[in-house]
Design a protein around this ligand. Structure first.
Ligand code: ADP
Ligand code: MG
Length: 710
């Protein structure tokens, strides 16, 4: 029999109550199983020795053979540091100690050959190694050690309390001795043989005690594959169950609203991408299942018209539709744009936001319930309990990343109550969520694996690319001159300031200072300036926004409230102040506010001279490309998946061994095999899938991906 892996870690040889406590608190290790699944962050090759003249300035862990030739003490602000000169036949470096100096001095034999190990720093033309691990060469050669030494995740507290990497390696060894290193297999025979994967036991052994680089790679591959495979299996199953269980309204026909709009009122030819996406949506709406679709399309790719046409299909089938947007400004804009078409088609449409007054609300509520109102546009206000539809058939969420999951599910419950015996049951409306923040495919697969995804990957024809430049603050006068020239040509200009929560006061001051300086350089009455920021009343914001949209003002000074969705085609210049403080996706969104008309548009990124490497990369990316997906990839690399919308809701953040960015290929293959398994056997009922079903159940039981090995 195998050792029970749910045994508390306290029982393991070499652990004991104090260490157990620390392991629980610092690394969340409660059981044997948790410890097995503490995967090393990296490995150090202990077969490689460096000469001093081969050292690189990359702060890596290295091993060097040489002798200490002298010591000196150097006074510093507090106390002193001990510095040893260390040399080999190629050069000289320094070893440095800030603590334990007396002991070091007494125990190290000068002019005797040592192997030192640690991180190197480059300072004042010399390499130094603080607090190196040191071993006499003689001893070193006697000790057998695995070539690839694993380095485990740790915390400062752990190392301060003496639970060093060496200690963790030691207790890991004890664990493997006690369990004899035998663990139940968790993947099916088919997968193991087809993909030539290591068995579970071999993989776990080699990830902790790699025999060589090749076995280590294969062990990592197998464990990463497994992790991603089960996540994909979960997502795909969820989607399948959803489709078979949750019935939607089949929208059987495409009727007059759609057809007349298409023939008579469509102001332009749809792009091929728009046509394709509409077909996908149409197919969903026509099926018996409830649609749950994510529509991705870069800023300006024309998602709104797709939303409208989808709503027309709902209306054609006698249902109501709604469109929810994250800000008041955006809702108003949608409402104005869509009303124009709706009036021509004799469709009743209304706007509901936080600033709708009581009598407007009352009327909207009534007409929604009696079915006179066909389309409702609005903000979060749509989610209030008082807002009840007679028969909501389609709910669309624009800029979905601004909303949470709960909000999506609230919309679900806005469907009409089923007339059957179960009174509280509602049939959910079809759901279309739209986002202009492109999500790299890999991430979309993991985060939104339970949604179907449509992509508009083509911009309407005739769009000019936006010229993007980076300018330093000291060139402001020239930038102002450029703005003046553009305004002379009849164009309009945005000037955007960052508004970041933690320094709101200072940001607000920056914005006001900026507004004043722009007012000075662009004086009335020749120039009119709008200002919009978060502290203004919605009505005032709207008023200012409208003045700009109508062309009454030439310059719009704003915080990022204008980031999403606003459409003023005549605006051709976007100046972003303190651009280094914005994230990439935000910069890309802001830039998307211009380039919406026929004129050449510009985006000017203003920064100070002090820039971090990350900022430089962001600015460089922005000036190089306007491809939203490429930008999203860089963003993902810079920030990791944690900050990207939606990731919190899915398992991707808790990955223990796979890396969503680096292991793209493995993810793709895991998804492929998960799909294949479920296609052939949707209930995992076949004998050869028994192990998958078992593992899958354990996984759902423990929630944590890795809590299922036994
Ligand atoms: P987004 O996807 O960012 O929401 P919008 O729906 O606001 O983009 O569309 C941006 C602009 O492009 C709008 O002015 C819209 O009328 C226009 N547009 C959309 N589709 C097309 C098309 N196929 N041909 C020409 N212009 C289009
Ligand atoms: Mg939009």
């Amino acid at each position: 029999m195998n050792t029970n892996l749910q045994t508390p870690i306290d029982y393991l040889k070499g652990v004991g109550p104090n260490r157990a406590d620390l392991l629980r608190k610092e690394l969340g290790i409660h059981t044997y199983q948790d410890l097995i699944n503490l995967f090393p962050n990296r490995y150090i090759d202990r077969t490689q020795y460096y000469k001093i003249n081969q050292l690189q300035r990359n702060n890596a862990d290295v091993q060097v053979i040489g002798k200490v030739t002298s010591f000196k003490e150097i006074a510093q602000k507090r106390g002193k540091r001990l510095v040893a000169t260390f040399q080999d036949d190629t050069g000289v470096m320094e070893l440095v100690w800030f603590r334990g100096q007396k002991w070091i001095r007494d125990s190290i034999k000068p002019n005797t050959t040592y192997v030192i190990f640690g991180k190197t720093n480059w300072f004042n033309g010399t390499f130094s190694m603080p607090h190196p691990e040191m071993e006499l060469l003689e001893e070193h050669e006697k000790n057998l050690r695995s070539a690839m030494q694993p380095i485990y995740p740790s915390t400062e507290k752990l190392s301060n309390k003496g639970i060093t990497n060496r200690v963790i390696s030691k207790i890991m060894q004890n664990l493997f001795l006690e369990t004899k290193g035998r663990f139940s297999e968790t993947l099916s025979e088919n997968l193991l043989s087809e993909l030539k994967l290591l068995s579970k036991s071999e993989a776990l052994f080699n990830v902790h005690f790699p025999k060589n680089q090749e076995l280590l790679s294969r062990a990592q591959f197998r464990l990463k594959f497994e992790e991603l495979f089960y996540i994909q299996l979960q997502l795909i199953l969820k989607n399948l169950i959803h489709k078979s269980k949750i019935k939607g309204f089949p929208f059987e026909k495409v009727g007059d609203y759609f057809n007349i709009f298409f023939k008579e009122h469509l102001p332009f030819e749809l792009t091929n991408a728009q046509k394709r996406v509409l077909k996908e949506i149409r197919a969903d709406l026509g099926s018996n299942a409830q649609m749950n679709r994510l529509l991705q399309g870069d800023v300006g790719s024309g998602k709104t018209i797709v939303a409208l046409m989808s709503m027309l299909i709902a209306l054609d089938n006698g249902f109501q539709a709604c469109l929810m947007a994250p800000t008041e400004i955006l809702s108003v804009q949608h409402y104005n744009g869509l009303s124009e078409f709706c009036n021509k088609l004799n469709i009743s449409i209304k706007l509901l936001t936080g600033s709708s007054n009581t009598s407007e609300r009352k009327e909207i509520h009534e007409n929604l319930e009696n079915g006179n109102l066909q389309i409702l546009i609005g903000t979060h206000a749509l989610l209030e309990d008082k807002v009840k539809f007679k028969n909501l058939g389609l709910a669309i969420i624009d800029e979905q990343h601004r909303f949470g999951v709960e909000q999506r599910s609230k919309l679900w419950r806005k469907g009409p109550e089923a007339s059957s015996n179960n009174e509280r049951a509602t049939t959910p409306p079809h759901i279309l969520v739209m986002t202009a923040t492109p999500i790299p495919r890999t991430l979309a697969m993991s985060v939104y694996g339970d949604l179907d995804i449509s992509v508009i990957d083509e911009l309407p024809p005739g769009r000019q690319s936006i010229k993007t430049v980076h300018r330093y603050d000291k060139n402001r006068l020239r930038v102002f001159q450029f703005i003046r020239d553009e305004i002379k040509k009849g164009r309009q200009v945005y000037v955007v300031y960052p508004l970041i929560q933690e320094s709101e006061k200072m940001d607000y001051k920056d914005l006001m200072d900026g507004y004043e300086s722009i007012s000075r350089d662009f004086p009335m009455p020749e120039y009119q300036i709008s200002i919009v920021h978060g502290k203004m009343k919605p009505a005032d914001k709207d008023y200012e926004m409208q003045r700009f949209a109508k062309g009454e003002t030439q310059i719009m000074v704003a915080t990022t409230v204008i980031e999403v969705g606003v459409n003023v085609p005549n605006a051709s210049v976007m100046v972003i102040e303190s651009a280094e403080r914005f994230g990439l996706s935000q910069l890309h969104q802001l830039r998307g506010r211009v380039g919406r008309g026929a004129e050449q548009s510009y985006c000017i990124l203003m920064t100070s001279h002090k820039l971090s490497n990350d900022s430089k990369l962001r600015l460089e990316t922005m000036t190089r490309t306007s491809d939203g997906f490429e930008i999203a990839e860089v963003d993902l690399k810079l920030r990791g998946p944690g900050d990207i919308m939606g990731t919190q809701q899915s398992g991707v953040l808790n990955l223990k061994i796979a890396d969503i960015v680096k292991d793209k290929d493995i993810l793709q293959s895991a998804r492929f095999y998960a799909k294949r398994v479920l296609n052939s056997d949707p209930t995992l009922g076949l004998p050869e899938h028994k192990v998958l079903l078992h593992t899958y159940r354990q996984l759902s039981k423990y929630k944590n991906m890795w809590n299922y090995i036994s």
